[in-house]
Write a protein that binds this ligand. Structure first.
Ligand code: IMP
Length: 212
């Protein structure tokens, strides 16, 4: 059973494949010949995930899913949220090098929070699945069904970066129930409790019960 994951991020592909198992052949954008940058112009994680999946469905007519993740900090009214990847560059739109600069993103977040004692935050992942359903036995027409799955890990933003593993905001995010950051816990533990793992497990549960 073939399913396109709207990403070219090998780390995400491996993580998803290990959760979904052999029952599904998960392929990347590159593997279906989609080399363009898919627009992500939504104002929410839900809109962005759906926009990416819809793009693949419209251009390649296959069942597919896409994800979007954000770090939501309570004291910053949910920022950086959907803008997590480009949080630092939003302050300096002329500096394109800051585009996906994790260090700059973390520095801005720590600066915005300052000495605020409310450090509560969460990572939230949304996966949008577009399922292609043939309605005619010869396959001449098809309808689609859209589903969304959410995964959340609660935690807090610590005051200084700690740890060398992972990526993005991992050195400043400490998940609830642990005294180490994601960057200190390492990928084995992180992949068991992460927002993405939780959303993917929900996707896997759904896929087990339905035929694509
Ligand atoms: P994406 O939607 O998975 O590309 O995530 C958007 C941004 O959120 C990334 O560029 C990272 O800055 C941040 N992010 C997503 N997942 C994680 C994570 O597991 N750890 C730390 N940062 C993350």
């Amino acid at each position: 059973m073939k399913l396109v994951f709207a990403t070219n991020n090998q780390h995400k592909l491996d993580e998803i494949k290990s959760i979904l198992g052999d029952k599904f052949e998960v392929v990347s954008l590159r593997e279906i010949g989609c080399l363009e940058d898919i627009p992500e112009t939504g104002k929410t994680l839900e809109e962005n995930a759906l926009q990416k999946a819809q793009y693949v469905y419209d251009h390649f007519h296959v069942s597919c899913f896409a994800d979007d993740t954000g770090l939501e900090v309570d004291a910053l009214n949910g920022a950086p949220g959907v803008y997590s990847a480009r949080y630092a560059s939003l302050e300096h739109p002329d500096n394109i090098e800051l585009g996906h600069d994790s260090e700059a993103n973390m520095d801005r977040l720590l600066r915005e929070l300052g000495n605020n004692n409310n450090r509560k935050a969460r990572f939230r992942t949304v996966i949008a699945l577009i399922e292609k359903k043939d309605v005619c036995p010869c396959g001449c027409t098809s309808i689609k069904q859209v589903h969304q799955f959410e995964g959340i890990v609660e935690g807090k933003i610590i005051r200084e970066k700690r740890g060398g593993e992972g990526f993005g905001y991992d050195p400043i995010f400490q998940p609830e129930g642990y005294d180490k950051t994601f960057a200190e816990l390492g990928t084995d533990i992180k992949n068991k409790i992460s927002h993405r793992a939780r959303a993917t497990e929900k996707l896997a549960e759904y896929l087990k019960t339905f035929r694509l």
